[in-house]
Write a protein that binds this ligand. Sequence first.
Ligand code: FAD
Ligand code: DHB
Length: 389
Amino acid sequence: MKTQVVIVGAGPSGLLLGHLLRAAGVDCVVVERQAPDYVLGRIRAGVLETVTTDLMTRLGLDARLKAEGLVEEGFNLATADHLIRIDIKALTGKHVTVYGQTEVTRDLMDAAAERGLRVIYEAKDLALHDIDGDAPFVTYTRDGAQHRIDTQFIAGCDGFHGPSRKAIPAGAVREFEREYPFGWLGILADVPPCHPELIYANTDKGFALASMRSLTRSRYYVQVPLTDRVENWSEERLWDELAERFDPLSDHKVTRGPALEMSIAPLRSYVFETMRHGRLFLAGDSAHIVPPTGAKGLNLAASDVAYLSDALIAWFARGDETGLTGYQARALARIWKAERFSWYLTKLMHRFPEDGAFEHRMQTAELDYVATSRAMQTAIAENYVGLPL
Ligand code: FAD
Ligand code: DHB
């Protein structure tokens, strides 16, 4: 098979890129290791910036997002016993939208066939070849048969564990990493949220987040040690923990219900600066990870894809190479600012095991300052809604 762009990975970055290229008449094929149901079964991000929702609008794929997404004009930072509301609408004129990553992915998947976007699922053993030359190709196996796709460019949208980043020779690599000594234990349940807006809380027992997917579906997280396992937590124990952390902040509105999903995600900051090598371009989690505090992961994937699709479209339309040459620097400028914000909110809102009473006083003083300073609130709000493209 031959195409203009092979996209590795059918997560949100791969599918968004595929649709943007198809809408401009660029031929591309998305190759995904998993089956569609597996991709849709991963419960991840929940808060979308306008950068992300605008891309769905540009593609004409925002009908369900507009109908079912919840427009959020504020969110809350909290100490153990009081809320600090960040009025993002008043401070920035913008809002964010609560609409799950699963739903974005489903909308993009459902529209693929009618938009002529080819997606090959269950492609195993994918390997990238000749990325340094003008004629790269990928190989994979499917149903026991070996396949090859010849292409002009490869977009590595295959997440943190995919093969694209690993195909770049070690000598060319610049990477930066920070691991955190805790993870987030999440629960999804069909119960009404305890508060109309998100609450990020720094409580005596550690960080906790009250989020939602709709007015009848809640998503909660609590900070747990890295060594913890989901098997150590019964649903009952987690609801007890959530009630303890959120009842004082929500007027005892934590409603319990059976878990649709429970899992632990580790927290990490990671940037792989070599986002271009020859004919390979990386986008989304394949090039960077943020700790989830701040909800930036999926939104950064969307901004990478906005830059990369513009660059590839200009190249195929007019032979204009400036976008491709500038892609890495343009993407990294936004990525590093989102890394900074996610790192800042993580430091501010979590209990670090190595921290003592002094560091805790620093957090308390900073939250007190945020509570009383419009300048601080504005800085937080403009990062939360997403910096401009
Ligand atoms: P992914 O969604 O990882 O998609 C990559 C795709 O590539 C996958 O479908 C994968 O199967 C495929 N792939 C991998 N290897 C191969 C291969 N060999 N061949 C072909 N295909 C391959 N962000 C937030 O903002 N808020 C959150 O609450 C949040 N929670 C998260 C929880 C977890 C456990 C994780 C891992 C991430 C979370 N994120 C969150 C981050 C957010 O989900 C990601 O930033 C987003 O998924 C990035 O999209 P992506 O398309 O770049 O990567
Ligand atoms: C959700 C996850 C986040 O990391 C965040 O900052 C806000 C919301 C969520 O899953 O709903």
